[in-house]
Design a binder for this molecule. Structure first.
Ligand code: EPZ
Length: 420
């Protein structure tokens, strides 16, 4: 097992490039199994453990896969298995997209219940509600979700909560249903739109992704296509926050600035300068930043997935900041780690009250989940002295080459084996 060792205090400067979006890729790769003809060539795939996990799962279902550098070619014409029950399936959240994809194409599937980050209860009732509305029988037994339908028939579905996972999963199944499905109160995240665009490239007929209502006209079959995944909004947001927290000037390339508006707005409110230039964004910060209040919300609101990195920045901002985490009930576990570094934070339920301190001090801390890991890396970068971030397998699930990217910006950070 590895850890990251960081000597804090260096300002960041220079350029880095953002990779393809994790949360789009982890839906697009399973969606590729819906092609009954041809192969899917997918570019701008991030080199992260969650994607590798899915590639292994697809192979276990009988797909032929060629993995390139930041690309994958998936031939799913010879799938011979609709039971996804390997350790990899249990390990990650996005394996639940196999349910919608297999149900759409084969009208049946059996998929182990998904794992993922320990950030609170992660129900799938809205996924099940959608599959049932389309005509599937759904059963959960022995830790496995089994779905089966004689036919899938389009219908109207109104989600009780705005959910990325259920929006994408039910959209997958509806793509190959008979007739028209209308999904209401859907998630509008950029990755929802990206999955819809990918499915349309395969021959689907989906309109409205990115708005509150998605309309899917079912088609008989999908075929292979070539597609490039959008840049990662959350990876970009993390580096923007790191740049502001460390001070200096960083240009983040290969981004869609529109997807970053809520993060840019907060950074400007905090006192950083943010400049958009085509497909890049520059963050500059000098002097002490000031505290702000944040409430996480579905897109286009402030994303829960950068709440933890932002909370690190706020530990050294001037004055009081209040963070309200409205999406996940336990996404403030990293606060105990920040406190080891001298942060002054009080957690009350889903709210963190942060009183900015002058500086953090290096300590041995752990990544309690993926984005908490990024938060601890930023904490190490701004702290005085040396920080060791343990349990970085969480970080490797979602951030490609994190130490190389920070090193390129002037940080003193290295990966070492825990046995060293
Ligand atoms: C996706 O999770 C992301 N994961 C998460 O990112 C992200 O935090 C989340 O969306 C919100 O943006 C992936 O895309 C793989 P949801 P997902 O369904 O789809 C409730 C990261 O760091 N809900 O949008 O699982 C749920 O409890 C990860 O990259 C139901 O009540 O999240 C939550 O409060 C962590 N019933 C809210 O909806 C359901 O059936 C949003 O969940 C489904 C969800």
């Amino acid at each position: 097992m590895d850890k990251l060792v960081i000597n804090g205090g260096n300002p960041l400067s220079g350029c880095i490039e953002i990779n393809g979006a994790k949360n789009a890729a982890v839906a697009i790769v399973p969606a590729a199994i819906m092609a009954s003809k041809g192969t899917c060539t997918i570019d701008n795939i991030p080199d992260i453990e969650d994607v590798h996990c899915l590639e292994r799962i697809l192979e276990s279902l009988g797909c032929n896969i060629i993995i390139g550098k930041n690309s994958v070619v998936i031939d799913s014409t010879s799938i011979n298995n609709v039971n996804a029950n390997t350790e990899d399936v249990r390990k990650m959240r996005a394996s639940y997209y196999l349910i919608g994809a297999l149900l759409g194409r084969f009208k049946k599937a059996s998929v182990e219940l998904p794992g993922g980050c320990p950030i609170g209860v992660r129900p799938i009732d809205q996924h099940i509600k959608g599959f049932e509305a389309l005509g599937a029988r759904v059963e959960i037994k022995h830790g496995c979700v089994t779905v089966e339908a004689d036919r899938l028939i389009g219908t109207n579905i109104f989600f009780d909560v705005v959910t990325v996972g259920a929006t994408i999963n039910v959209m997958l199944a509806a793509t190959l249903a008979e007739g028209v499905t209308t999904l209401e109160n859907v998630a509008k995240e950029p990755h929802v739109v990206d999955v819809a665009n990918f499915l349309n490239s395969m021959g689907a007929n989906i309109k409205g992704a990115g708005t509150d209502i998605i309309r899917v006209v079912g088609v008989k079959e999908l075929k292979g296509c070539s597609y490039s995944v959008i840049p990662d909004q959350i990876e970009a947001g993390t580096y923007m926050i790191a740049a502001a927290a460390c001070g200096g000037e960083v240009t983040i390339e290969n981004v869609i600035p529109k997807h970053l508006e809520s993060i840019s707005a907060k950074l400007i409110e905090i006192g950083a300068e943010v400049t958009e230039n085509g497909d890049s964004i520059t963050v500059k910060a000098t002097g002490r930043l000031k505290g702000v209040n944040i409430k996480t919300q579905p897109y286009p609101g402030f994303p829960t997935d950068v709440q933890q990195p932002m909370s690190t920045l706020l530990t050294v901002a001037k004055g009081r900041s209040i963070i309200n985490e409205s999406i996940w009930e336990s996404r403030l576990k990293h606060v105990d780690e920040l406190k080891k570094m001298g942060a002054n934070v009080k957690v009350e339920g889903r709210t963190a009250i942060i009183d900015g301190v002058d500086k953090l001090s290096g300590a041995v801390v752990k990544a309690t989940d993926l984005r908490a890991g990024a938060a601890m890396v930023i904490a190490g970068l701004i702290a005085e002295g040396s920080t060791e971030v343990l349990s970085i397998e969480h970080i490797d699930r979602g951030y490609p080459n994190i130490e190389d990217k920070f090193k390129a910006l002037g940080a003193d950070i290295r990966r070492v084996s825990c046995s060293e």
